[in-house]
Design a protein around this ligand. Structure first.
Ligand SMILES: Nc1ncnc2c1ncn2[C@@H]1O[C@H](COP(=O)(O)OP(=O)(O)OP(=O)(O)O)[C@@H](O)[C@H]1O
Ligand SMILES: [Mg+2]
Length: 393
């Protein structure tokens, strides 16, 4: 039996739960968080802090908070402060303050009983435990909107204010609220809102270039050297950028593409593997879309798919496509259509979303049309079209 070969060096580096040691393009936000919480390293009992991290899907909110957690604990350890960071996904506890508090307490006391307490008592218990053990805590409440939805102003108010009402006792915990859309907080009453909203860190969507840096960093941790080309990274970055700058989508594509490459026993993540990965996540073209193309559109698309199948280049020029089309026409023994006609086909193919086109300048004045195929494996496209054309010919 042949030995199993993999282009992965360590695929856990692409896992959802992996917290990367470096977060490219989030340095500024990480520093800001450190500044907001720097008092914890000097006089932790004197105050508490509340910070909101917000941003669209896959902009790194969870990763940023977790990275910060690890970093600040390391700093606190150095100067002997008993600081902990606890990250809770509120949605996992259906937004229930009781369940969330119970979970946190059980991290310190694993057998803490579930019955016989109201949320407020639980909160007092929780503060007592922190007092007894002399613990300071940063509580990251991820998907905070689900807590707001379930508990409303009262629950959030309790959480933020109760410890401040304890007299002559140290402040014990600070909060980081993480949510996609600040609108969710709008449902709270004005005073609760104002206790939360003083420090907001908004994460912008990643640009294609930023996604490329993130993916490249992650690829070098997860894959063996020289198995992921620049072209492959660019294609994935482009796709993740068109999915709203979502880094998670990009990392998942990278992982799946690597899996397809392993399954084919390739020694690189070919562009074709990326196309396969994306079409497995979001099916882009229905077979009926292909069937409804005209005969020559099918021939033209067949020639485009053949070019891409043979190439590790992420694009081809219109003139290359035209040459390939002429060869296909010869094969089918049919007169090729004119250049102008092909140009029209290109438009209709890109408007259904099968291919993408871009006009690029060549030299000082010339312009040329470039064709991309990013969402459908060329091999599948070719197979599908060949079958359709066979029926029609
Ligand atoms: N700047 C970055 N550098 C490296 N990896 C990143 C960066 N930003 C995000 N990631 C990675 O991208 C993925 C998605 O990030 P994360 O889960 O933090 O997004 P999110 O904003 O919390 O999304 P959601 O709103 O869906 O919860 C994770 O695997 C994370 O490690
Ligand atoms: Mg998240």
């Amino acid at each position: 039996m042949p030995r199993y070969r993999s282009i992965f060096k360590d695929e856990t580096k692409l896992d959802i739960s992996y917290v990367p040691s470096r977060l490219p393009h989030r340095d500024r936000e990480l520093r800001l968080l450190m500044e907001f919480f720097s008092f914890l390293l000097q006089f932790p009992a004197k105050m508490t802090q509340r910070v909101i991290i917000t941003g669209d899907i896959g902009t790194g909110k969870t990763a940023l908070s977790q990275r910060f957690g690890v970093d600040i604990i390391r700093e606190a350890d150095k100067n002997g402060t008993n600081l902990r960071y606890v990250h809770v996904n509120c949605r996992e506890y259906r937004g229930s303050l009781f369940m969330i508090l119970h979970h946190i307490i059980s991290l310190f006391y694993p057998n803490f009983p579930k019955r016989g307490y109201a949320a407020e008592e639980l909160l007092r218990n929780f503060l007592n435990i922190l007092d007894e053990e002399n613990i300071y805590l940063i509580l990251a409440l991820d998907e905070f909107d689900s807590l707001v939805e379930r508990e409303g102003s009262e629950g959030v108010y309790k959480l933020t204010r109760l410890q401040e009402m304890r007299q002559n006792k140290p402040q014990r915990f600070s909060i980081i609220c993480i949510l996609r859309d600040l609108k969710a907080i709008g449902a709270l009453d004005a005073s609760t809102r104002s206790t939360l909203q003083s420090n907001v860190i908004s994460l912008e969507k990643y640009s294609k270039e930023q996604l490329r840096d993130i993916l490249s960093d992650r690829a070098s941790l997860a894959f063996k050297t020289l198995t992921v080309s620049e072209e492959t990274l660019n294609l994935i970055a482009e796709l993740a950028s068109s999915e709203g700058g979502n880094a998670r989508f990009g990392i998942e594509l990278l992982w799946r593409a690597g899996k397809y490459a392993d399954a084919e026993n390739f020694d690189m993540v070919a562009l074709e593997c990326v196309r396969k990965a994306v079409s497995s996540i979001i099916p882009t073209v229905r077979k009926s879309d292909l069937a409804s193309l005209s005969f020559h559109e099918k021939l033209f698309l067949l020639s485009i798919s053949r070019r891409f199948k043979e190439s590790e280049n992420d694009h081809i020029s219109l003139s290359e496509a035209e040459k390939a089309y002429n060869i296909v026409c010869e094969e089918f023994n049919i007169e090729p259509n004119s250049h102008t006609q092909l140009w029209k086909y290109l438009h209709s193919l890109s408007s259904i979303g099968i291919i993408e086109t871009k006009v690029a300048s060549v030299g000082s004045r010339g312009r040329t049309t470039i064709i991309y195929l990013s969402r459908i494996p060329a091999r599948e496209l070719e197979k599908e079209l060949s079958a359709l054309l066979e029926k029609e010919a």
